[in-house]
Design a protein around this ligand. Structure first.
Ligand code: EPU
Length: 283
C-alpha cells in the first residue's frame, strides 16, 4: 500500500487536469482495501474510488477527500468453459483479448474501451454493439463496511451507461457467461467495434464522450450543429474531429474543462435539449 498526502493527480485521469487531493491511496490487496474503507468511514472522510481514471474529471483543483486507486490491486482471471471470472481491477482490454484467445464471444463491442473492468461495469461501458452488463452473471462488490457481497445479475439494474451498483462500493470481481465462437468471427467483430471509434480523436488527452446521447440526436452531432467544435478554454478545447470530446495536449485547469461543458449545455438548452454528462465530475 502506498499513501500520499496532498497528492498530485495529474497522472491519475486521462484528461490530465492539474489537481491535488487530500490523500491518494494505492492498494495492493483486498484486505488493505477493506481496512481503508472502514477507516475512511470511521473518520468521516469523503471517499472516491478510481479505476483507470478514463471517465473521471477532477472538477476542482483540490479534492477534499481520499481517493482510492484500484489499479494496482491484486488481479486474476479464470476461464472455465464459457465462464470468465475476473477481478475488478483487471484492464478491460485484457479481458476482451482473453475472451478472444479462448474463442469466447460477447465482449467484442468493448474492444478499444480503456480502463478497468470494475470501472466499465460501474458505468455500463459499451458501444452500440453491446455493453459490459449484457453477459454478466454476477458481481462481487465490497461495500463501505469492508465486506464483499455477491450480487446476481437479476438484482442489478443496467441501462444506457447506467448501473445501479455505482456509488455502492468497490467492484472487486465479476463473472461473464460467453458463447463459444470461431476466433476469426470474434476478431471480425472486434475490428467492427474498432471501426466505430475511427471518428474519434486520437493521441490527445480525453475522457471519451463527455455527454450521453440525448433522445433527440447524438450529442456530437448537436455540438457540431451548434458551431462549438474547436471552441477553446485555456489548454482544453472541443475536438474538431468529434463534438462530444473535449481534448487537450497539455494539463488543463479543471475550470477550463468545466467551462466548456457548461457552455455546451447552455447552448443545447437554448435548442430545448438537456445534455447529461456521461463522465463523472468529482469535486
Ligand atoms: N456526428 C456528427 N458530428 C460529430 C460527431 C458525430 O455529425 O462531431 C454524427 C456522426 O456522423 C453519427 C452520429 O453523430 O451520425 C453518432 O456519432 P458516432 O457514430 O461517433 O457515435 P456516438 O453516438 O457519438 C457512441 C458512444 C461512444 C462509442 C461510439 C461507437 C455515447 C455517448 N457514445 O458515440 O462511446 O465509442 O458510439 O460505438 O453513447 C464513450 O462512451 O465514452 C464513447 C465515446
Amino acid at each position: 500500500m502506498k499513501i500520499l498526502d496532498n497528492a498530485e493527480l495529474h497522472q491519475m485521469s486521462s484528461m490530465k487536469v492539474r489537481a491535488r487531493c487530500k490523500r491518494l491511496i494505492y492498494l495492493e490487496t483486498l484486505d488493505e482495501l477493506s481496512n481503508i474503507l472502514k477507516e475512511a468511514k470511521d473518520k468521516g472522510e469523503k471517499l472516491f474510488i478510481l479505476g483507470g481514471g478514463t471517465n473521471v474529471l477532477f472538477g476542482s483543483s483540490f479534492i477534499d477527500g481520499w481517493i482510492i486507486c484500484t489499479k494496482r490491486l491484486e488481479r486474476k482471471i479464470l476461464v472455465s468453459g464459457e465462464l470468465i471470472e475476473v477481478s475488478g481491477s483487471y484492464p478491460t482490454q485484457g479481458l476482451v483479448h482473453i475472451a478472444l484467445e479462448n474463442g469466447l464471444s460477447g465482449l467484442e463491442g468493448l474492444n478499444g474501451i480503456p480502463g478497468t473492468v470494475g470501472g466499465a461495469i460501474a458505468g455500463n461501458a459499451g458501444t452500440r454493439m453491446g455493453s459490459i452488463g449484457d453477459n454478466l452473471i454476477w458481481v462481487d462488490i465490497m461495500g463501505f463496511n469492508g465486506k464483499v457481497k455477491r450480487i446476481e445479475r437479476g438484482k442489478i439494474e443496467f441501462g444506457y451507461r447506467h448501473c445501479s451498483l455505482k456509488g455502492k462500493g468497490v467492484i472487486v470481481g465479476a463473472c461473464f457467461k460467453l458463447k463459444k465462437e470461431n476466433p476469426d468471427v470474434i476478431r471480425e467483430r472486434m475490428d467492427e467495434a474498432k471501426k466505430l471509434r475511427e471518428s474519434q480523436p486520437k493521441g490527445l488527452n480525453t475522457l471519451g464522450c463527455i455527454f450521453k446521447n440525448p433522445p433527440e440526436t447524438p450529442a456530437g452531432k448537436l455540438i457540431e450543429e451548434l458551431g462549438l467544435k474547436g471552441e477553446r478554454s485555456g489548454d482544453a478545447w472541443i475536438s474538431e474531429i468529434h463534438g462530444n470530446f473535449i481534448v487537450s495536449d497539455g494539463s488543463p485547469d479543471p475550470d477550463d474543462v468545466l467551462h466548456l461543458i457548461e457552455k455546451i449545455k447552455k447552448q443545447a438548452e437554448k435548442r430545448g435539449i438537456k445534455l447529461e454528462e456521461e463522465i463523472e465530475v468529482w469535486r
